[in-house]
Structures are given as C-alpha cells and as structure tokens.
Design a protein around this ligand. Structure first.
Ligand SMILES: [Cu+2]
Length: 262
C-alpha cells in the first residue's frame, strides 16, 4: 500500500515535469519593422506556456544573423543579464541589440551552450532561430541557414494569423527529419524588456498537457494557431550530435513565429 502510493507520487511528478516543456527564448517584441532601428533581443531559458520557472543559461556558443545569404557574427553584442521569471530567483540570461537598416528578412540564430538537466541526467541544446523583416520585403525567410538542425518555415514566420496555420519543415544536417516530436507553446506572459522580466502570472489558459506535432516523412508539421502572440516550436532530439561530455545530448531545433488577428 505504502509502496504503491510512493510509486504513484513519483509517476505524478514525472508527468507534471514533462508537461512543462522548456524552450530557449530568442525574443523581440516587434518582428515586422517599418523603419530602421535597434531591435532588442532577449535570450532566456524557460517555460513559455506555463510561464514556469526560468533556468540559468551558459554563455552562448553562437549568435549571428543571416541577411540575404550573408552571415554576421553578433557574439560581441551579447550582454549577460539576470532575468526574472515566475520563480523566486532571477536566472542567468542574455540580451543584445541589433541594428536593422535595409529592407528584407533577417534570420537571427542562437546556439546556446548545452544545458544539463539535473533530473534527467541528459544535456539539451536548443538551436534557436527567430526571423525578422523590415519594409515588408521578403528576401529569404524560407531558406535554411545551415544549422545542424533547424525548422524551415513554409509560411512567413513573422506574419501568421489566428485561425490560420503554420507549416514548418524540420531538417537535420540539411535533410528532412521524419517522425520527430515538436512541442508547441506560446509566450504566455507579459514580457518586460526594460525590466528584464516575465509577469508572475500566465496571461491566458494553459492547456492540461503538452501540445505536440509529429513531423511526417518529409520532416513537415502543421499547427493551427489558436491565439495571437509569439509561438515557439521545439523539435526534440533532431540534431546530429547525440553526446556531450560523455552524457546523452538532445540537440533540438527551436523556431519562434509571430501571430496576430487579421
Ligand atoms: Cu524545463
């Protein structure tokens, strides 16, 4: 009796843990720019839909932008900050400012340091991308940027609509990755870029379990967008590197998109 109660409690803990997916944020409030200007970017490791606790990020391995096929390193612009989530302690995070001048699409890429999951004893590394546009002129939002694993958008990622859908193609080493589970969450908190904080409470409903899509034989997945905001897709374990410092590594592909009411 006692033993089974302990097992049940352990199982419940495990289930609660998996419902709360973590995502590497690469967030900016405005993804369609009309004028040249400074774009503030926030890189936080946390739980967007539950607005759960945030975690400490290590120094990113890579941070760059691709504009019209040209890659510009942005690592020098990274600033180590403390970011407040719903937890008691602020977490190690990074911010940066990128100056957008010319019209077109900007693919911003973040390669964070592998993160050790204490509870699961595996590392995760979420290779993350956010796409911005200036001047409503498309120049390459649907082109891969050569990441070890990445989600290539099949709809303009900075302009999707509530009630519409978003389709992405998951690549691993440049080839379609089939049968991979992608978790889907929105940033369900008010984001205070100046104050480097998420609101303490979630903004909207939190679904009872993880929202997922599985990639088909061509690596494609489609998601119907139920509410406005910034949505993230995290395709788990799709990357080619499977080990880090002798431990299992889950190399994930993360893409952020923006949805509005039409
Ligand atoms: Cu987590």
């Amino acid at each position: 009796m006692k033993t089974s109660a302990v097992i049940a409690a352990a199982a419940a803990t495990t289930l609660a843990g998996t419902a709360q997916a973590h995502f590497q944020f690469l967030y900016t409030p405005e993804v369609m720019l009309a004028e040249p200007g400074d774009v503030p970017l926030a890189m936080v490791f946390g739980h967007p839909m539950e607005n759960g606790h945030t975690m400490n990020m290590g120094e990113p391995e890579e941070f760059f932008v691709v504009f019209k096929g040209e890659k510009t390193d942005l690592k020098d612009s990274l600033e180590a900050v403390k970011w407040s989530g719903s937890g008691e302690e602020p977490s190690d995070a990074y911010t940066a400012t990128y100056k957008v001048r010319r019209n077109g699409d900007y693919s911003v890429a973040l390669g964070p340091a592998p993160y050790m999951e204490g509870a699961e004893d595996i590392n995760s590394q979420q290779i993350t991308k956010t796409i911005l546009n200036k001047g409503a002129m498309p120049t390459g939002w649907n082109e891969p940027i050569g990441r070890p694993t990445e989600i290539v958008p099949m709809n303009k990622p900075y302009q999707t609509f509530v009630g519409g859908t978003f389709t992405g193609q998951l690549l691993s080493d440049g080839k379609p990755a089939a049968g991979i589970e992608c978790e889907v969450e929105d940033i369900n908190a008010e984001v205070d870029m100046e104050g480097k904080a998420f609101s303490k409470e979630p903004k909207g409903t939190v679904p009872p379990s993880a929202v997922v899509a599985i990639t088909d034989e061509n690596g494609m997945f489609t998601f119907g967008i139920p509410r406005a905001g910034t949505w993230g897709f995290a395709c788990l374990g799709s990357g080619p590197v499977k080990e880090h410092e002798g431990k299992e590594l889950s190399q994930d592909a993360v893409l952020w998109i923006h949805a509005t009411e039409l």
